[in-house]
Design a protein around this ligand. Structure first.
Ligand code: CP
Length: 334
């Protein structure tokens, strides 16, 4: 107990893992630290010396794959990346009889990988079929349980916390208002997509001094445990009135889990609807389905800035985790 207290006194912002927004103790402070880090990205080049980040991708990525490697290298870390595909099926169920197509259990795999890694980063999308299993975050939580090293979430079944931190940094950079109005608007998409980006965006927005509204058609309600008492307006036009930032994202139904409920295309974001507000999207985005060309090609689009901030969001989180590792490996004063 005494040891814990004296360590937390040293730095309130150190972290043991980052699988969820709520692993950040002080979000406004962390955003400011990331903005400072962006000005001097190589200042902590020695912090990650002789430390290795192992990145495991169960699903494809462009931004997360590259920005995470860049962030780790800015801190002087070594990086190993493994794309885990169908030819290497891991078993996650406890007590399963492995006589089908899984070749290795997570209990061994996580412990083996942890011998090569100081931090493990994992991307694993939801099934969008089994709601209970997806909500349990079996893959990422298994790495937390069995690897015993800090775990970084590169987008899991229910959360994309590094994207949300990058988005919050971007809003901070582009607003000098005391309380900007931010709207999260659902948009159409031909494929069933996870709720993870929306979930983490909602969670981080709730913790900042903002006027925050969610708008979507009926049937696309997010998990009520996440939205809590955030305003939901089913009328997009009303919700977008006087918005300073409009964050557009598709997600599949949470209630009718993983399904696309037939909708007309009226929810696509247009220049007329945006009315001069800043446009945000995590990318990749389908042009003229989610948002029209005129918005993406305008000066109001912040999508490239958001993607750039993925590096600094990840770098500040890795910095906090590396500081925790350093503190833990130091002998305590008697
Ligand atoms: N926004 C995002 O996570 O992009 P990638 O899927 O390309 O990593």
């Amino acid at each position: 107990m005494v040891a814990e207290q004296s360590r937390s006194y040293v730095n309130q912002n150190i972290m043991k893992k980052y699988t969820d927004i709520n692993d950040i103790k002080d979000i406004p402070k962390t955003i400011q630290e990331a903005i400072n880090l962006k000005k001097t990205p190589f200042k902590y080049k020695n912090l990650g010396a002789n430390k290795t980040l192992v990145m495991l991708f169960f699903n494809a990525s462009l931004r997360t794959r590259l920005s995470t490697e860049k962030a780790a290298k800015n801190l002087g870390m070594d990086v190993i990346c493994l794309q885990i595909n169908d030819s290497w099926n891991l078993e996650f169920e406890d007590g399963s009889i492995m006589n089908l197509n899984t070749s290795e259990h997570i209990k061994e795999a996580a412990k083996v990988i942890a011998q090569y890694a100081d931090i493990i980063a994992v991307r694993a999308f939801p099934t969008l079929v089994d709601k209970e299993k997806d909500n349990a975050e079996l893959i990422i939580n298994s790495f937390v349980t069995y690897s015993k090293v800090p775990v970084l979430n590169l987008e899991s079944s229910t959360a994309h916390p590094l994207q949300a931190l990058a988005d919050a940094i971007t809003i901070n950079e582009f607003s000098d208002l005391k309380k900007p109005k931010v709207v999260l608007s659902w948009a159409p998409h031909p494929k069933a997509l996870p709720q993870s980006v929306a979930n983490s965006f909602v969670t981080i927005m709730q913790q900042l001094p903002l006027d925050f509204t969610i708008t979507h058609p009926k049937g696309y309600e997010l998990n009520a445990d996440i939205t809590k008492n955030t305003t939901v307006n089913y009328n997009q036009e009303e919700a977008l009135k006087d918005a300073d930032f409009v964050y557009v994202k598709n997600w599949s139904s949470y209630e009718d889990y993983g399904k696309i409920i037939p909708q007309d295309t009226d929810w696509m974001l247009t220049e007329n609807k945006l009315k001069g507000a800043k446009f945000m999207h995590c990318l990749p985005v389908r042009r003229n389905v989610v948002v029209e060309d005129a918005v993406l090609d305008s000066d109001n689009s912040l999508v490239i800035n958001q993607a750039n901030n993925r590096t600094y969001a990840t770098q500040i989180v890795l910095k906090h985790i590396l500081e925790e590792i350093k503190t833990e490996s130091k002998p305590l004063p008697i």
